[in-house]
Design a protein around this ligand. Structure first.
Ligand code: C2E
Ligand code: MG
Ligand code: MG
Ligand code: MG
Length: 299
């Protein structure tokens, strides 16, 4: 790289190599700008939460996953994959995730009050949340504040989060959260960690097959065997197996032939703002009852 200057500097008796490049500097500045803007918008409660339905093999609504959205006045829409890592590095993630949990629980309670609600809500958490010794307590308080039961909530964590360096703190939190009765899911399964024995050692209820495997179905034999293998692992351990990122009927058919439990993806619905989600539930209920009626007429 031509514009990268490298030099060695002796400091503290140790040899260190420093890399300087305009590219690196630009990235660092961008990173800082995002961090400052995120901090501001978080304080202003300018973020929002969208909800993606999760359905069972028959198409019945099983639950909804809450996903955070950030629209900044100057920068426009910024995807979570872009700002979640920044929030994690800067420590803003605690505030962000606590806010999302509160909003999602309030939303579920509001839908229930209308008589039209998904049976449960899934919320994403990361290592930094689980490391906080007060986190399980916060979860319990938030549920209680909205009149929800522990079974109303599923917390999704990646394998990477479980195997973060502070594994002991995280393990304690996971056990306390489990003791509350809140269910735990492994997100993006298959992308993070090569050992499987942790699945037995942690009180996990649900396995979400990473969408990279789902999206190869129909195109790559290797994705198909991997998806099938992951379903079998989940079944062996009596876990609920979820396919995320289901985009085509062919993918859904393949997965249901192999006994996958739950389906989530654009084929069913993209993540939706609360009002659109409510409309989706109304439409979906009609479709479901029309299907039942058709079955009754057939019979
Ligand atoms: P995730 O938890 O694995 O969420 C699934 C992602 O797949 C979401 O991306 C969702 O919009 C997207 N998706 C759903 N169906 C389809 C599909 O059919 N095709 C494709 N290509 N994508 C689909 P999103 O919303 O951009 O979120 C990305 C990631 O950011 C999430 O992955 C999660 O790890 C993280 N994230 C989102 N919200 C939060 C949050 O509130 N807190 C934390 N800590 N992380 C969050
Ligand atoms: Mg998730
Ligand atoms: Mg995922
Ligand atoms: Mg993900």
């Amino acid at each position: 790289n031509a514009d990268m200057a490298m030099y060695q500097a002796k400091s503290g008796g140790r040899n260190r190599i420093h890399f300087y490049s305009p590219e690196y500097e630009r990235k660092a500045r961008e990173h800082l700008e995002l961090e400052i803007a995120l901090q501001h918008d978080l304080k202003a409660e300018a973020l929002s939460v969208v909800y993606q339905p999760r359905v069972d093999a028959k198409g019945v609504l099983y639950g909804a996953e809450a996903l955070v959205r950030w629209y900044n006045d100057k920068m426009g829409f910024i995807p979570p994959d872009c700002f979640i890592p920044i929030a994690e590095e800067s420590g803003l993630i605690a505030e962000l995730d606590d806010w999302v949990l509160d909003v999602a629980c309030r939303q579920l309670a509001a839908w229930r009050a209308l008589g039209l609600a998904p049976p449960n809500i899934s919320v994403n958490v990361c290592a930094m949340d689980l490391k906080r010794s007060d986190y399980p307590n916060f979860v319990a308080r938030t549920l209680a504040a909205h009149g929800l039961a522990p079974e109303d909530l599923i917390l999704e964590m990646t394998e990477r989060a479980i195997f973060d360096e502070a594994a002991e703190d995280i393990r304690t939190s996971i056990e306390q959260i489990h003791a509350l009765g809140v269910m735990l899911a492994i997100d993006d399964f298959g992308t993070g960690y090569s050992s499987l024995n942790y699945l037995q050692r942690f009180p996990i209820k649900e396995l979400k097959i990473d969408k990279s495997f789902i999206q190869g179905i129909g195109d790559h034999a290797s994705s198909e065997s991997l998806a099938q293998t992951i379903i079998n692992i989940g079944k062996t351990l009596k876990l609920t197996v979820v396919a995320e990122g289901v985009e085509t009927q062919a993918q859904r058919d393949f997965l249901s032939r192999h006994d996958c439990d739950l389906y989530q993806g654009h084929l069913i619905s993209p993540p939706l703002p609360p009002d659109d989600f409510a409309l989706w539930m109304v439409g979906h209920r009609h479709v479901a009852s029309a299907r039942t009626m058709a079955v009754e007429i057939d019979a």
